[in-house]
Ligand binder design. Structure first.
Ligand SMILES: *[C@@H]1O[C@H](CO)[C@@H](O)[C@H](O)[C@H]1NC(C)=O
Ligand SMILES: *[C@@H]1O[C@H](CO)[C@@H](O)[C@H](O)[C@H]1NC(C)=O
Ligand SMILES: *[C@@H]1O[C@H](CO)[C@@H](O)[C@H](O)[C@H]1NC(C)=O
Ligand SMILES: *[C@@H]1O[C@H](CO)[C@@H](O)[C@H](O)[C@H]1NC(C)=O
Ligand SMILES: *[C@@H]1O[C@H](CO)[C@@H](O)[C@H](O)[C@H]1NC(C)=O
Length: 747
């Protein structure tokens, strides 16, 4: 439902209050001057769980008595601490409690409260990949890699998987404060050094396992992509046979299970951030997204903000809502937002018809109907008349079992295959717009075709009395077009801050082989009995842990670098991607495709500290009082709104403007030398047609490491098309420090 909100930002031309800030975003802020309360329910008196977020508190008073007093005041009767579903206290403050909407509003007006928001549901953003991006097994690694702890917020982990064996690992690093206590049928080891689970409402469903054990597969996949051991002969039923490995196989994993069969809740995500930060993780990886309206009602943005203040980078998935504009779901300026690129492996699945015609679609089809021909029927001709769904789309229970049993069903859309599967079909042929990027496993033999080829099959069905078909096992082949951005990957521009480019960069997220929960069907469809310790899945969920791992790899070389420095290194060393193959250009891939080998040696970094983000928030319209609650310090916004503070020291440049208007805009940046102590960098700028881009000074001469030098980048001219791409490279002959520049028409 909230998806529509973002979509409406994207679809309506936004009147520009200022060149840099979206008016809609500011309007949301001005609804409540100092406190944000978002979300309205139909029933006024019904109590539901709300998160009362209170930021960092300076005072040392007992939070439990403070919270009881607040509740007493709001609800009027005494409420004991037992009615709090959570009390956040390790890394920031706040609590979760059931309130009516009116009580929530009263609570939001109380002193010290930053925001009050309902406990919404979020979604998971559902190995050769490392070799493809040039990160072979044998690379220069630091022994301290084994001191790096990656905190993963996801659906749990399968601790017995080979990827998580602790053979050869010493005890957890001394800084580790997390634990793995009090769990049933789950033991940590020296690889998985922490594991916890969070479920504030206690409403477990059948199939949920009350421990950090992963019944879904997603968390196991993500954790092993980031930091799984090297396991040879991994495959999904013979597909992608080879070595599975995480990007930093020596790193440790701490799993915070926040996702269950019916989703991932805000209150649980915040509780996990509260713990992960205090436990001492080095990087947080979260492949989950909701539909944020505001930084301080979004648990991922809140968590990532406190993580950043503690020196921890949060790596997030951009979202799977592409390819429309402004569909990005995780875009807070203090986190890393990762888009999904393809690798060079693709799967094609042939559908052969009785007339000997062959059509190629995609899917990970482990089944093989061989040359046995089966009757084929159009789904629209086989409706289950008691079902409310139109059978054309093959949804669950929409088909008549008597008509499809033993047949292949031609469907008018892409689905998970559960409809034909549960109705007893032997196979399914799906159709849609983007068959080349959406490779997935189905519970029955299936292939996903273009509408064009689907239409030809329909024509064959119409023209033959007894049409027949078969579906073959998939063939793996090389995708020579790779890398490009998957259509599902969420796109920019950033709906909240128009001059901060999001996503930040891309990493492999299509057809990724990694560990899986053997109790979770590989197609994700219940009653699909195929079990496997590995699975091939796609999503920005898979891209995120690739970036997490490279961030950890950087950290093993530069343990003291700030989250923004690590992000800067990732972005400025990324491989540029093709705007021809990706018409959304920077809004699809940000700075480009991640380059792990280059990432630890960026030459220069663009750093941003916590204070810069506070000034940025002031400029975005958040007020001093709110920010003091968030930070627990004396941060204050200067009297006049400081437009310049919106221009963070980001390693990319984005400027939005009405088409054909004349532009004159200056970006100021400061770079820190982390390359050679004495070095001279020259600015190399590509200036596309219609724009003049100048850098002043155009030469930066460094005489020591850690030295900072500033420059101004001026863009003048006009643009006549929606997206115009350019770039700035600081080049000293050894390091090429590349920043994307994008000038775009208001969306
Ligand atoms: C413990 O987990 C294993 C999976 O490794 C499962 O097969 C077993 O049934 C579980 N035992 C209990 C008591 O839940
Ligand atoms: C039609 O769907 C209902 C559930 O919606 C199911 O119980 C029934 O078996 C289906 N009928 C046929 C003929 O498939
Ligand atoms: C197939 O026949 C149906 C009904 O007769 C018709 O609606 C449909 O357009 C035909 N499709 C093709 C591709 O010929
Ligand atoms: C795919 O594999 C099948 C065997 O399963 C083979 O007959 C077919 O020719 C192959 N197709 C392509 C395009 O490689
Ligand atoms: C940006 O750089 C220009 C040129 O160096 C300088 O005049 C201006 O004061 C800078 N602005 C800020 C806010 O630093």
């Amino acid at each position: 439902m909230l998806a529509k909100f973002i979509a409406s930002i994207a679809n309506h031309p936004i009147p520009m209050a200022s060149k840099t800030t979206s008016l809609s975003w500011l309007l949301l802020l001005s609804l409540a001057a100092s406190t944000l309360l978002i979300g309205h329910s139909a029933s006024q008196n019904e109590r539901k769980a709300y998160i009362v977020y209170m930021g960092n508190r300076r005072d040392e008073i007992s939070t439990s008595s403070l919270y009881s007093n607040m509740l007493q005041e709001v609800i009027g009767s005494h409420i004991g601490p037992e009615s709090l579903l959570y009390s956040y206290k390790r890394s920031f403050h706040g609590f979760v409690v059931e309130l009516t909407e009116q009580e929530a509003q009263k609570m939001a007006a109380m002193d010290g409260v930053v925001s009050v928001f309902p406990n919404k549901q979020n979604e998971l953003h559902t190995t050769r990949s490392w070799d493809f991006i040039g990160f072979p097994k044998q690379v220069d690694r630091r022994t301290i890699e084994s001191n790096i702890i990656i905190g993963v917020l996801d659906s749990g982990i399968w601790p017995e998987a080979d990827s998580f064996s602790d053979k050869g690992f010493g005890p957890p690093p001394r800084k580790w404060k997390g634990s793995c206590k009090g769990l049933t049928n789950f033991t940590c080891n020296n690889k998985i050094i922490g594991a916890k689970y969070y479920r504030s409402d206690g409403k477990f469903e059948e199939g949920d396992i009350k421990s950090p054990r992963d019944s879904e597969g997603h968390g196991t996949h993500v954790a092993s992509t980031a930091a799984g051991n090297i396991v040879s002969k991994a495959s999904l039923e013979g597909f992608r046979l080879g070595t599975a490995r995480g990007g930093v196989p020596s790193a440790r994993i701490a799993m915070y299970k926040v996702c269950w069969l019916n989703g991932c809740f805000d209150a649980d995500i915040l509780a996990a951030f509260d713990d992960a930060i205090a436990d001492g993780v080095d990087i947080i990886s979260i492949s989950i997204g909701g539909y944020p309206k505001n930084y301080f009602t979004d648990p991922i943005a809140i968590g990532a903000f406190h993580a950043m203040r503690n020196g921890i980078l949060t790596s997030t998935s951009a979202g799977n809502s592409g390819p429309g504009p402004a569909t990005i779901l995780n875009f807070s300026p203090w986190s890393l937002s990762v888009a999904a690129s393809t690798i060079d492996r693709k799967f094609s699945t042939e559908v052969r018809l009785g007339n000997n015609k062959i059509y190629e679609g995609t899917s990970v089809n482990t089944f093989n109907l061989k040359n046995d021909m089966y009757p084929i029927i159009y789904s629209g001709d086989a409706p289950n008349t008691t079902s409310e769904f139109n059978s054309r789309y093959c949804q669950k229970y929409s088909l008549d079992q008597n008509l499809v049993k033993g047949k292949i069903v031609l469907c008018d859309a892409l689905s998970d295959g559960s409809g034909p599967f549960l109705a007893g079909a032997v196979g399914a042929v799906m159709q849609g717009r983007n068959p080349n990027s959406q490779t997935m496993a189905f519970p029955l033999p299936a292939s996903y075709l273009s509408f064009e080829n689907g239409g030809k099959i329909r024509m064959y069905l119409n023209s033959t009395r007894s049409p027949t078909a078969t579906i073959l096992r998939s063939n793996e082949s090389k995708d020579t077009l790779a890398p490009y951005i998957a259509p599902f990957s969420s796109r920019g521009p950033n709906p909240a801050a128009h001059n901060i480019l999001k996503p930040d960069l891309a990493a492999p997220g299509v057809n990724i082989l990694a560990a899986w929960s053997p109790i979770s069907p590989i197609s994700g469809v219940e009653s699909d009995k195929r079990s496997n310790s590995y699975n091939i899945i796609s999503g920005t969920s898979m891209a995120c842990p690739h970036a997490t791992a490279v961030a950890a790899y950087i950290k093993s070389f530069h343990p003291t670098w700030s989250p923004a420095s690590i992000r800067s290194a990732l972005m400025t060393t990324a491989d540029p991607m093709s705007a021809e193959k990706n018409p959304d250009a920077e809004f699809a891939y940000g700075a480009g495709n991640i380059n792990p080998l280059k990432a630890p040696n960026p030459g220069l970094i663009y750093d941003i500290d916590a204070l810069d983000y506070i000034k940025f928030l002031c400029a975005q319209g958040y007020n001093t009082k709110l920010l003091q609650h968030v930070t627990g310090d004396k941060s204050s916004c200067s009297k006049e709104t400081d437009e310049k503070s919106l221009d963070l020291n980001y390693p990319s440049f984005a400027l939005s403007t009405p088409l054909s208007n004349s532009i004159s805009h200056v970006f100021n940046r400061t770079v820190t030398n982390v390359g050679s102590s004495t070095s001279t960098y020259k600015a190399i700028v590509t200036s596309p047609h219609g724009l003049s881009i100048k850098v002043n000074p155009s030469i930066l001469s460094f005489t020591s490491l850690k030295q900072k030098l500033s420059f101004a980048l001026t863009i003048e001219g006009t643009i006549e098309k929606q997206i115009v791409s350019a770039s700035l490279i600081w080049d000293d002959g050894t390091f090429q420090v590349r920043s994307p520049i994008v000038v775009y028409g208001d969306f």
